[in-house]
Design a protein around this ligand. Structure first.
Ligand code: 1HN
Length: 365
């Protein structure tokens, strides 16, 4: 290799000769690929994601979900009427980031999504509507506005809508990560959900849904939360009280006017799922979050209110239901609009932070 001292090391390349061409052709024929032609790409000085920042408009998503409801049956084979959000930088794949899958799922009145199970972890977040029960390992779990519902890996799950209205919600899964790692197993369950009852609370919530209390019959740590539903009444109260305490002069918020919570697995105090972190943010009218930059990717959905997000220096308007992705190492912050109708900007967030932390790749500034 010629040593051109004036160039940075990663730009040093060999002299272009016929022998070199023959060597490269032999590499190709023998399924080899030399590092020196792609060092800068494989090892950039900081993360340079292929995924790009992007905002999806809820109104447009909702209308297309309704059209899918008219045209596409839900049942065995396709399994779910879920429309994946495809990052414009990850073309051809329904991946919102290299690790995360986000979709809007539509279930019409009276419809039933058959039971199945897979290794991949999943959750649902309900932006509006009611009348759907998701049956997780035989336990019917009510889905209502503002609720976070968990479907940890390998638990059977199906959904039924008993209402006269359709319901649309956000699905989050670790599908891209699982696909890259080749970890996936999948099995069909019953075509109709195994328990058609519609209790207000699932059995697992009756067992696990009491603040900081656990049953003595289950003292072992579990990798995923045994609590299948995190109810809006609790989320809302936790956020409201943070802001009230702040008003009373207590230093309990992330920054002025920015309340935030993490949903946790009651057996460990850690994240609800092994691969995904779920959090919720509330910004008081006019408040702005501290600018953040993290290794790993995040997806957020506006639950209520409006404002804007600054992603990599570009400003995007946000209104109810809009979904945006924050790729790795992209600087971002959100700001709540000053509007009469809504005193807050409420945002649901999920990320791959548990993966980054477990593998010791997490980094934030
Ligand atoms: C799945 O099981 C659901 O259960 C939603 O609602 C989306 C995307 C890919 C693979 C499985 C669900 C999914 C999924």
């Amino acid at each position: 290799m010629k040593n051109k001292a004036a160039q940075p090391p990663h730009e040093q390349q060999p002299e272009d000769t016929p022998e070199l061409h023959r060597l490269y052709a032999d590499f190709k024929d023998n399924h080899l690929n030399p590092l020196w032609t792609q060092t800068a790409n494989l090892m950039p000085p900081h993360p340079k994601p292929e995924a790009v920042a992007h905002v999806w408009d809820w109104e447009a998503l909702y209308k297309m979900a309704v059209r899918s409801g008219d045209l596409v049956p839900v049942g065995r084979g396709g399994e779910r009427r879920a429309i994946g959000l495809s990052n414009p930088g990850l073309t051809g794949r329904a991946y919102i980031s290299p690790t995360l899958w986000a979709a809007v799922q539509y279930l019409g009145p009276g419809e039933n999504a058959p039971e199945h199970r897979h290794t991949q972890n999943a959750f649902r977040f309900v932006i509006e509507g009611e009348g759907v029960w998701t049956v997780v390992d035989g336990d019917p779990v009510r889905m209502s506005r503002g609720d976070l519902l968990l479907t940890p890996g390998w638990k059977f799950h199906g959904h039924q809508n008993i209402a006269t209205e359709p319901m649309v919600w956000l699905d989050g899964l670790d599908i891209p990560f699982g696909k890259q790692m080749d970890i996936g197993f999948f099995e069909f369950g019953p075509e109709v959900v195994s328990d058609l009852s519609t209790p207000d609370l699932s059995r697992a919530e009756r067992l696990w849904g009491h603040p900081s209390i656990r049953p003595l019959s289950s003292l072992d740590d579990e990798p995923s939360s045994p609590l299948p539903a995190y109810r809006w009444v609790h989320t809302d109260a936790a956020l409201r009280e943070q802001l009230l305490l702040e008003e009373e002069g207590r230093d309990v918020t992330l920054s002025k006017g920015h309340a935030a919570i993490r949903f946790i697995n009651p057996t460990t105090g850690k994240d609800v799922l092994p691969t995904m972190r779920c959090q919720f943010h509330r910004l008081r009218s006019g408040a702005k979050s501290v600018s953040a930059r993290d290794v790993g990717s995040s997806v957020l959905q506006v639950f209520e209110g409006s404002g804007h997000v600054t992603l990599g220096g570009k400003r995007y308007d946000l209104k109810k239901g809009d979904i945006f992705v924050v790729p790795s190492w992209i600087e971002w912050s959100v700001e709540a609009a000053v509007e009469k109708a809504n005193p807050y900007l409420d945002l649901f967030q999920f990320s791959d932070a548990p993966i980054m932390e477990k593998l010791n790749f997490a980094k934030s500034v």
